[in-house]
Structure formats: structure tokens, C-alpha cells
Design a protein around this ligand. Structure first.
Ligand SMILES: C[S@@+](CC[C@H](N)C(=O)[O-])C[C@H]1O[C@@H](n2cnc3c(N)ncnc32)[C@H](O)[C@@H]1O
Ligand SMILES: [Zn+2]
Length: 298
């Protein structure tokens, strides 16, 4: 597959196209955004910020990066790639190969899944063309993502953006597939960037996700359902497929245990007794149980 960075960006204030040279992007109304040193673009404007440092903190980003780089979650990355390949191939057939398949990773974090997507696409013999963007409201996450490099040291063919799921910074109807992996979908925002037939791949924790860890942290562990998608229908999205990706991972160091917890909401929620119990663990077999739902826009 051929892979390139996504080029059609829109101003997050008024939605008009952003045109640019290498150093800044500008819309027709004079809003201007500068390229950061690491090569990403910060498109969040101060009046849209709910806090001065939104999204994941630098520490959370670092823990996630260390953990995901171990490759323990690679079956999830493989599921993302297979979904992309199937959709890109069927869309290309419908379009007679007229244009590239556009993908935006909403809440991309520090970029692990897009990097794996680039690598797996490069190994694929399929001829579809992909255009990729990753955006996240955390500047720390996007900064880390923009520092990712391919094996040959080149920057990844991905457009990295600081932006909010409420206002995905893309031209109307331009995104074929929105990825939302362990994220916070904003259906109205996604719809603004997608045309009829556009898809969202939503990956969330399933009932048994990290159950062994949760049994250590909490006195009572309940099975929890993946987040509700009730609000998707109001924006025109329909569930077309639900799949479970389930496997076991062996955490072999205290650092791996701590990093995995730091990636989850339990890091903030866990009681002191749970924190202490966890600190004593340096080896654990853990169930990964995630639910992958594919929705399309009618
Ligand atoms: C649990 S992390 C998952 C990151 C990545 N998708 C992964 O699976 O490794 C959730 C991410 O969503 C980002 N986030 C939270 N609210 C957001 C919003 N409204 N718009 C965009 N990103 C958001 C956070 O900064 C964080 O990086
Ligand atoms: Zn503008």
C-alpha cells in the first residue's frame, strides 16, 4: 500500500480550508497556525480550550509510549490494520481507484497505532493508497507522536495535529475512516468530517479487560460493559459489526505493570490499598479483552 500524510485540513475556527507553506497554515479569514519544531501543527485555539493543558499529561504519555513499544498490544494494532485494509480495498473498488482512502486517528495518543498501520501497510501487497492524520487534544501526546520515526530514521508519513474531537480539523466529508481507540468519541464532530458511507472504528475495554489487575486494585471487581454508543445514532451512525479481540499478555517487570496501569483510568481512581498491593507486583499474566465496533454514517 502507498501511504502519505493527509493534506486537506480545515481551520478549527470557521472550517474553511487551510493553505500553507512549510512554516504556517492560514485560512481565508486570516487565522494562522505555525508549525511546531517537531513537525506537528497545533490547531487548538485558546477560546476552545477548557483547560490550559488538556488531555493526557506528559507522564501518562511517557508511560503509554513505553508500554505500547513493548509490542504487547500488537494484536490490537493488527485488528486496526485488517479493518483498514478491508475498507480501503472495498472503497477503492467502488471508486474505481479514483482517490486515496483517508484515515484520521481521533485521540491518537503518542502515535503507536498509526506507526504500526504505516508499517503493516508497507508490508501489504495491496495497491490501495492511504492518507493518514493523527490528532489529539494533548500537546504532549502529539509531540511524542511527531518524534516517532520509521526504521530508516525518516519521519512517518502521517500528519500530526493538536486538535479536539469536538472540531476535527478536516474538510467536510473528507475522512473515510475515523479511528477512536480507547478514546472519547464526539459523534457530532466526527460527522462534520465524514460523508455518507464514512466509518468509525471504536475500540474500547470489554468486560474482562485487565481483570487480573483490577482484582489486585479493587476489593470488588464488577464486569463493565464497553462505553455506550447510544448517542451515535442521533448523529446518523449505525453499528455494522462488533468483534472481540482477546488475548493474554505476560507482564514481566514492575515497570510494565505500572506503565499499563498508568495508561488506564484506574491510575486516578484506585484506592490507596490497591496502589500498595500493585506496587508489590513484578510479574503478572493479564487478560486483554477489547471490543471493536465498526459504525457507518448513513
Ligand atoms: C486512553 S488515551 C488513548 C490514546 C491512543 N488512542 C491509544 O490507544 O494509545 C485517550 C487519548 O484521548 C485524548 N483526548 C481526550 N479527550 C480528547 C478530545 N476531546 N479530543 C481529542 N483527544 C482527546 C487524550 O489526550 C489521550 O491521548
Ligand atoms: Zn479560519
Amino acid at each position: 500500500m502507498r501511504v502519505a500524510g493527509l493534506t486537506d485540513l480545515a481551520c478549527t475556527i470557521d472550517g474553511t480550508p487551510l493553505i500553507g507553506d512549510g512554516a504556517s497554515l492560514r485560512c481565508g479569514h486570516g487565522h494562522s497556525f505555525d508549525r511546531a519544531r517537531d513537525g506537528y501543527w497545533n490547531l487548538v485555539v485558546v477560546q476552545h480550550k477548557a483547560s490550559s493543558d488538556p488531555g493526557d499529561s506528559k507522564e501518562m504519555v511517557t508511560a503509554r509510549r513505553r508500554f505500547l513499544n513493548t509490542g504487547l498490544y500488537s494484536p490490537i494494532a493488527a485488528h486496526v490494520f485488517e479493518t483498514v485494509r478491508d475498507l480501503a480495498v472495498s472503497t477503492r473498488r467502488a471508486d474505481g481507484d479514483a482517490r486515496a482512502f483517508t484515515i484520521a486517528d481521533a485521540g491518537c495518543g503518542e502515535g503507536y497505532y498509526l506507526q504500526r498501520l504505516v508499517e503493516l501497510a508497507a508490508q501489504s501487497s495491496d495497491t490501495a493508497a492511504l492518507r493518514l492524520a493523527g490528532f489529539d487534544v494533548s500537546k504532549w501526546a502529539v509531540q511524542a507522536a511527531a518524534k516517532r520515526r520509521a526504521n530508516d530514521g525518516a519521519p512517518l508519513p502521517v500528519r500530526w495535529l493538536v486538535a479536539n474531537n469536538r472540531r476535527p480539523p478536516f474538510a467536510a466529508q473528507s475522512i473515510d475512516l475515523m479511528l477512536c481507540l480507547f478514546g472519547f468519541p464526539v459523534w457530532e464532530g466526527f460527522r462534520a468530517a465524514q460523508a455518507q458511507g464514512g466509518a468509525v472504528l471504536l475500540i474500547d475495554p470489554g468486560p474482562d479487560h485487565l481483570i487480573e489487575l483490577r482484582r489486585i486494585i479493587y476489593p470488588d471487581v464488577t464486569q463493565t460493559e464497553p462505553q455506550s454508543i447510544e448517542r451515535a445514532a442521533a448523529s446518523g451512525y449505525w453499528l455494522v459489526r462488533t468483534e472481540t479481540v482477546r488475548f493474554s499478555i505476560e507482564l514481566e517487570t514492575r515497570e510494565a505493570v505500572q506503565d499499563l496501569v498508568a495508561m488506564t483510568p484506574h491510575a486516578h481512581r484506585m484506592p490507596e490499598a490497591g496502589r500498595m498491593a500493585l506496587a508489590a507486583i513484578d510479574r503478572l499474566l493479564v487478560t486483554v479483552d477489547v471490543v471493536a465496533r465498526l459504525l457507518t454514517l448513513d
